[in-house]
Design a protein around this ligand. Structure first.
Ligand code: FAD
Length: 403
């Protein structure tokens, strides 16, 4: 790391990460570890609405200890509109679950341990000093409404304040608001193991147009509780009624409801993540959630790390070009998976007839292994050429309705 640029005064921070979710906390940790003076600004509100499923690759790549996980899942039960149910065991692996209240706080504490300064407050606006330097204007969490907002003068801003990011809206007003699925889930108390078929080491994934017209329904076990939810991009869709029906399917109709909450899930990466000067977006703020699965935690952390690298390089060179490379690097690493999952969602989730066929092909053990390996390792896994060819032929036969 090079010393701080000469133009930065003592009162000027190197960076402010706005948002203390997986993206912002990871970005702040990385920058602090590189010796940068970074503030992590988070409004410290309610925990993020989230199913909490994370892959082993995240655990390895970001050094997540076992103590932060609330469950490990060894398979999924996938249900089709007809009621056809397919068991998909994870051979030689697992999916981990986190409680976001615990996980996010642990990530923020790690950022502070690395040297980031934590501030509890709400981002209000992005201002400029007379010399053009960015100023993050925020309201401290404990300040009365009439108090004058505080100001953080900073060389760089990482916008990691989630879907419908206020930082993105202000710093990149020309890129639009993005497209979203609205997801709603309920956290319920889980029954004793075995009651109503409940298995704390198995997820349920339900493909039914009446419950989730363009996404899927899920039940993810979290130990003493479980997340049961659905999503759709269709405005006005009765999400709460769907979750009620989903709970019946998953054997959790009578379980105590701890809370219910909804939030948008971005549908596709925004076309630009930086303002060509001193702001770069990461995570949901940049629109990076995998299509078809709605998985965003890993991609938020990967994006947060790349954003920190971009800021660090831009700081050293005095040239904002590395900020634009953040998106390029991300898409180079994950664009292929996003495209494949985008196709999967666009095609197989389009009607109940297709959902039925999709669940039917999930009976194939080689396909199951490819799906789980791709999820766990975050890259498209190929089987042997013979098996791969057979899976492609099976997909095509179903697409052409030959079977
Ligand atoms: C119902 C649901 C279920 C999901 N299930 C899964 C799942 O099982 N697995 C998975 O991988 N992904 C899942 N996702 C997606 C995942 O939750 C997100 O992709 C992920 O949280 C993105 O992380 P992030 O850090 O970019 O944003 P967020 O987690 O949204 O964090 C943003 C942070 O910014 C803070 N903030 C926002 N505005 C301000 C402001 N003005 N000032 C200060 N701070 C602010 C918030 O308090 C928050 O801490 C799910 C999403 C939903 C809605």
């Amino acid at each position: 790391m090079a010393p701080a640029a000469a133009s930065a005064t003592d009162a000027t921070l190197d960076a402010v990460a706005v948002g203390g979710g997986p993206a912002g906390a990871t970005a702040a940790t990385e920058l602090a570890r590189r010796g940068r003076r970074v503030v992590l600004l988070d409004r410290q509100g309610k925990p993020k609405a989230c199913g909490g499923a994370i892959p082993p690759r995240l655990i390895e790549e970001f050094d997540i200890p076992d103590s932060v996980l609330c469950a490990r899942v060894s398979g999924a039960r996938v249900m089709a509109p007809s009621g056809l149910t397919v068991e998909m065991p994870i051979r030689g692996g697992f999916v981990a679950m986190v409680d976001r209240a615990v996980f996010d706080e642990w990530l923020r504490a790690r950022a502070a341990e690395a040297g980031a300064e934590r501030i509890a407050g709400t981002f209000e606006s992005l201002d400029r000093d007379s010399d053009g330097t960015a100023v993050v204007v925020y309201r401290p969490a404990d300040a009365p409404r009439e108090a004058v907002p505080r100001r953080l003068r900073t060389r760089f801003v990482i916008g990691a304040d989630g879907a419908r990011s206020a930082v993105a809206r202000q710093a990149l007003p020309d890129i639009g608001d993005g497209a979203y699925v609205i997801a709603y889930h309920e956290i319920v108390r889980t029954p004793p193991v075995g009651r109503d078929g409940y298995d704390p080491a198995r997820c349920d994934v339900v493909y039914r147009g009446d419950l989730s017209p363009d996404f899927y329904g899920w039940m993810f076990p979290h130990g003493d509780t479980a997340s049961v939810g659905v999503g759709t991009a269709r405005p006005g869709f009765a999400l709460k009624e769907s979750v009620r029906a989903l709970r019946v399917l998953c054997g959790l109709a009578d379980a105590e409801t701890v809370r219910g909450e909804g939030a948008p899930i971005p549908l596709r990466p925004l076309k630009r993540w930086d303002n060509g000067r001193d702001v770069v977006l990461a995570g949901d703020a940049a629109g990076v959630v995998a299509p078809a699965s709605g998985e965003g935690i890993y991609y938020a952390m990967a994006g947060g790390r790349l954003a920190a690298e971009g800021v660090d390089e831009a700081f050293d060179s005095g040239d904002p070009a590395p900020l634009a490379r953040v998106r390029k690097r991300f898409m180079k690493a994950h664009g292929g998976v996003f495209r494949a999952l985008g196709f999967l969602q666009g095609y197989w989730y389009a009607s109940d007839e297709r959902r039925e066929r999709f669940v039917a092909i999930c009976q194939d053990v080689d396909l199951q292994n490819m799906i789980w390996q791709s999820y766990m390792n975050k890259k498209m896994m190929r089987a042997s050429p013979r098996v791969y060819l057979r899976i492609i032929k099976m997909n095509i036969a179903h697409m052409l309705r030959l079977v």
